[in-house]
Write a protein of this length. Sequence first.
Length: 175
Amino acid sequence: MSHYYAARVAEHDTDKGKGSMPAGGGPALFRLVRFWSRRWAPDVVQQLDENAPETWTVQNLFVIQAVHGAAEAGAEVTVAEVARQLGLDRSVASRMITDAIRDGFVHRDTSDRDARRAQLSLTDAAKPFLDSAQEHQQRAFDELVARWPAEDRRRFAGYLRRLAAEVLDAPVAKR
């Protein structure tokens, strides 16, 4: 992975190809989204752990990360919130959550706020999977920006965290 992505980054150094891409961040952001959305998922679980259990699937990882992200943001973790975090329809998210529950990564309980809703939380079994995924994500980030000055790496990481928080942690009504 690292040599391929490092080569791709090297092809687009800032001193090369000036004027070939629009100056705005929007096109660059969507170019990266297109690139990563097609590449990371197929073999990510094998990259995390060669001996990963069969339940370590990309689908379960999506649910685990969505539940974790919503909980970190202080939201009540419901099916609707997981659907919002994943950008999916509630029925699709519900099926994914059901699989994650079956595989032992998510616990479903009755909401403290509304007994008609389910409240979701991660089980202890989810922690090693989540930790592995986050370590992999950090390594990927580090490899992509390895040639940048330390201050640029730190600042860019901060901007990414800020963007993620503003997009994913904001209440739905603010959008």
